[in-house]
Ligand binder design. Structure first.
Ligand SMILES: [Fe+2]
Length: 336
């Protein structure tokens, strides 16, 4: 089992962080722990720290108060270097194929995602080490009245970063592609072909979230999907579980799925990282069988581009045969 999985399952990860942050060979950068030299020595230090933490847990079995800092400081341990690249994501002792992540903000574009090439590359490294092999950078294309509309200035920021990042991560074996996360009303004034997920016939459409006061979210999304479909493309619907209209009435999205429009959960929603309402809605939509994909919607280190934990949780509940197609790109015919 990967160390990151093992550690993040522990209660009180912040306390554990304090125990291991001064150990030799462990480097803390941007809230992410990296193993400078993956190998027996580092593993030994971590094993000692984990054992000590487990003993502490055993001594406080009735103390189940959550660590209030855990949500704000998720603990990730990332091994760096060639040794790490060879560590596969494993499930029940079976190596799984690479993940395909169609939604992230890992390339700087002037939105609320990565702010530098260096930061973006660190995020890509986390994705790669957690098993992702195809990662789409999908900057926001907001409506003109919103925070991050698509502008020439933002396109220049992206264009200045993307080729360097793409070529760098390709040397690791990570296929970084471009796309957009498009607010539904933007579709009416755009050429959908310009907004495609690179190498596919799909356009990622943003389901309006709780942070927007949108009363007609589902008709708005439906109209955008119809326009995309009319030109021969496929709309992929991002994070329906974060839309209040869907949380209130999850059955309303079934007609969208029945029209062949893939619905794509945010994987962090499945882990409760977008709050209890999104978590409950995400699992309900999975239960209903209307979800085709899961993606990270990664923005930064607090919202990293990792899919491994969500995959394992879906697999635990539904089995591998049902979990894998949500994560391996097969829904969009993308090979990892
Ligand atoms: Fe996003």
């Amino acid at each position: 089992m990967r160390l990151s999985l093992l550690l993040r399952r522990l209660p009180r990860p912040r306390l554990l962080a304090r125990r291991i942050e001064h150990l030799p060979g462990i480097d803390l950068r941007h809230g992410v722990f990296h193993l400078a030299h993956p190998g027996p020595e580092a593993a030994g230090h971590l094993g000692d720290a984990l054992g000590a933490e487990q003993q502490r847990e055993d001594a406080h079995e009735d103390d189940d108060l959550p660590d209030p800092e855990a949500e704000r400081h998720p603990l990730i341990v990332a091994a760096t270097g060639a040794a790490a690249a060879s560590v596969p994501v494993r499930s029940e002792n079976m190596e799984i194929p690479g993940f395909v992540d169609v939604h992230s903000h890992v390339v700087p574009s002037g939105d609320d995602g990565a702010t530098s090439i260096e930061q973006g590359l660190e995020l890509c490294r986390l994705a790669f080490e957690a098993g992702t092999r195809v990662l789409f950078a999908t900057p926001h294309a907001h409506a003109a009245w919103d925070t991050y509309p698509r502008t020439p200035a933002r396109e220049r920021i992206f264009a200045a970063a993307y080729p360097t990042m793409r070529d760098t991560v390709a040397t690791w074996g990570l296929d970084l592609r471009r796309g957009w996360e498009v607010y539904p009303s933007v579709i009416a004034d755009s050429d959908p072909f310009e907004l495609r997920l690179e190498g596919t016939n799909a356009v990622l459409v943003e389901f309006p979230g709780w942070w927007l006061d949108v009363a007609d979210a589902i008709p708005l999304v439906t109209a955008a999907c119809e326009r995309i479909e009319a030109v021969g493309l496929v709309p992929v619907l991002a994070h329906p579980e974060r839309c209040p209209a869907v949380s209130h009435a999850p059955e309303l999205v079934a007609p969208l799925a029945e029209r062949g429009w893939p619905l794509c959960l945010n994987a962090p929603s499945l882990l409760g990282e977008h709050g209890v309402i999104s978590e409950r809605t995400a699992w309900r939509l999975l239960d209903d069988g209307v979800i085709s994909l899961a993606a990270s919607d990664a923005h930064r280190f607090e919202r990293p581009p990792t899919l491994d934990r969500a995959f394992l949780e879906v697999e635990r509940r539904y089995g591998r045969d049902r979990a894998l197609p949500l994560f391996d790109g097969s829904a969009l015919r993308i090979d990892a």
